[in-house]
Design a protein around this ligand. Structure first.
Ligand code: AMP
Length: 221
């Protein structure tokens, strides 16, 4: 029997912990973690035309235009490792992206199975953003206070160098939160109306958030 592909979306504002949680969930779900921000950063690191075009938007804390973003993510979802579906993180972020994703999946007879909305108060988000550090080599995410590496500045997983994202400053984070409220928050209603939404309290210790997400997945998938 062939299994229907499973598509789970992790929603939530910048620094709500989506990436950290997706890494913890992907194994149990047996789905690849597809993060649009990681795909843009990969393109930027490799100086591709897409990466160079996206850079200005990313540095300003704005969204990369829908056309580029949708094409990039749909291309990723068409790759063989996504044959059983994907755990999406950071996409969709606009109504146009959500509709394009619905359409692309519907064209294949599929659809979104579950949307997990990770909720964190705004003050908390700003302090999380400015303390975040990423590994240059493998992309693993740390926080200098809440999830520090064993050795300062060094990735636990691969020994790579940790760095702070250019857009993880207080000013850019404020802009990204504004963009989230204006363009992405409306998607919560969009998915609630489709009966796909599960809200998760993201303002708890990392393990507790993982447990809440796993419970929602067990109940709804
Ligand atoms: P993230 O790593 O998810 O915080 O994304 C970093 C930046 O990449 C965002 O601030 C945007 O500039 C861009 N980006 C990531 N995902 C999207 C998306 N779905 N739509 C538009 N821009 C995106």
């Amino acid at each position: 029997m062939t299994r229907h592909p499973t598509y789970v979306i992790l929603m939530g504002p910048p620094a709500s912990g989506k990436g950290t949680q997706a890494d913890r969930l992907q194994e149990g779900l047996a789905l690849p973690h597809v993060a649009s921000g990681d795909l843009f950063r990969y393109n930027l690191k490799n100086q591709t035309p897409l990466g160079l075009e996206a850079k200005g938007y990313m540095d300003r804390g704005e969204l990369v235009p829908d056309g580029l973003t949708i094409a990039m993510v749909l291309d990723r979802l068409a790759r063989p490792d996504c044959a059983n579906g994907a755990l999406l993180d950071g996409f969709p972020r606009t109504l146009a992206q959500a509709e394009a994703l619905d359409q692309a999946l519907a064209d294949q007879g599929y659809g979104i199975n579950l949307v997990l909305d990770v909720q964190v108060p705004r003050d908390e988000l700003i302090s999380r953003v400015t303390g975040r550090r990423l590994c240059r080599a493998c992309g693993a995410s740390y926080h200098i206070k809440f999830a520090p590496p064993a050795v300062d500045g060094v990735c636990d997983k691969c020994g790579g160098e940790l760095y702070q994202r250019d857009d993880d400053t207080e000013a850019t984070a404020g802009k990204r939160l504004e963009v989230y409220d204006a363009q992405t928050k409306p998607l919560i209603e969009y998915y609630r109306n489709k009966g796909l939404l599960a809200g998760i309290d993201g303002n708890q210790p990392i393990d507790a958030v993982t447990a809440a997400l796993k419970e929602a997945i067990e109940q709804n998938l």
